[in-house]
Write a protein that binds this ligand. Structure first.
Ligand code: ADP
Length: 315
């Protein structure tokens, strides 16, 4: 069975330790933490023991090394992560507000993350992959659209599967991007929306109709992320499973959705039945929000089993 692969931005995240508004005065910051949604996702796959590979680009600098070291340590194939001599590794500064909202300062547009290309190494990884995970947000980068188109074909040709997290951006709703977005939704074996994204992807305004419409369009299964409330899984046969969230203190919500999706997918690829996979995914998402840093809460099955045994769930 070929590895699960993802493509996209690799960054470091630097966080303020106190809550407040903006970055207008000197703050106590912690980091750099390895980050970037595709990196978080694929690292969680690897930690669970699923084969995992990432297509991306970092700068030849310490922030790039922070990421490469972590991904390598956790068993991710980084042969398709190129290293730019010209562009630095991207960074994101985040500060949480008292109301739970977030303020960001991004240094990404002119970073190595924007230099991602369909290299020979990326083709080789895609050619031997068993599953491709795509994120809607990454489709705004031209090089990534090309990678996704190539990898989708390659994975399909070798009998593999795809998943899609439609973390929508407004700029995706028109032109060629809109068409690629719709095709990714229609062709997804597994769709992983959170909250409103389900309705946006379906173009209707209630959950029940959205699920029916997407299944009718050919989506294999839909797993809906509901934050602290947990998650639900809808299948083409009309079945539905709900899974209550674990009761935890949320320290840093960044990365929960990616950990959750990676865990559901990996459990399913290992042959676990949907209800059990959803339970582990809820545990992975919940544990991740208890740690500061988007990848610091990533956990293998041993840690997740301990977390499950020691944590109550909402009823
Ligand atoms: P996203 O990060 O994509 O918006 P969510 O915030 O819904 O996704 O988080 C994904 C999953 O992680 C949820 O479905 C839930 O299982 C778990 N999770 C997230 N936040 C919490 C929380 N505060 N308490 C418990 N579980 C959480």
């Amino acid at each position: 069975v070929g590895p699960t692969i993802a493509a996209g931005e690799i960054l470091v995240e630097i966080m303020a330790t106190d809550r407040g508004l903006g970055f207008l005065e000197p703050l106590t910051l912690v980091g750099p933490y390895p980050s970037g949604a595709p990196a978080i996702f694929i690292d969680q796959v690897a930690r669970l023991g699923g084969g995992a590979g990432l297509i991306g680009c970092v700068g030849r600098d310490d922030f790039g090394t922070v990421n490469l070291n972590r991904l390598r340590r956790d068993g991710v194939d980084v042969s398709a992560v190129s290293v730019s001599d010209r562009y630095p590794t991207g960074s994101a500064f985040v500060r949480y507000r008292p109301d739970g909202g977030r303020d960001f300062v991004y240094n990404i547009a002119e970073s190595a993350a924007g230099q991602i290309r369909l290299t020979a190494e990326a083709r080789q990884l895609a050619d031997r992959a068993g599953h491709l995970h795509v994120m809607g947000s990454t489709l705004s980068v031209a090089g990534l659209r090309e990678i996704v188109a190539y990898a989708t074909k390659a994975v399909r040709a070798s009998g593999g599967s795809t998943s899609f997290d439609p973390n929508v951006r407004k700029e995706l709703n028109d032109g060629a991007d809109g068409a690629q977005f719709s095709a990714l939704v229609d062709d997804a074996d597994l769709l992983l929306p959170s909250g409103e994204e389900l309705l946006t992807a379906a173009g209707v305004d209630d959950e029940c109709h959205a699920v029916k419409a997407l299944i009718a369009r050919g989506v294999g299964e839909i797993v809906l992320k509901r934050g602290a409330a947990g998650s639900s899984r809808f299948a083409a046969d009309g079945s539905r499973i709900d899974c209550a969230g674990f009761l935890v203190e949320e320290v840093d919500p960044t990365g929960a959705g990616d950990c959750f999706g990676a865990t559901y997918l990996t459990c399913r690829r290992m042959g676990m039945e949907p209800g059990k996979a959803l339970f582990y995914a809820n545990a992975a998402g919940a544990r991740n929000v208890t740690r500061r840093g988007p990848m610091e809460g990533i956990a293998g099955f041993d840690v997740l089993d301990g977390f499950i045994a020691g944590t109550a769930r909402a009823t």
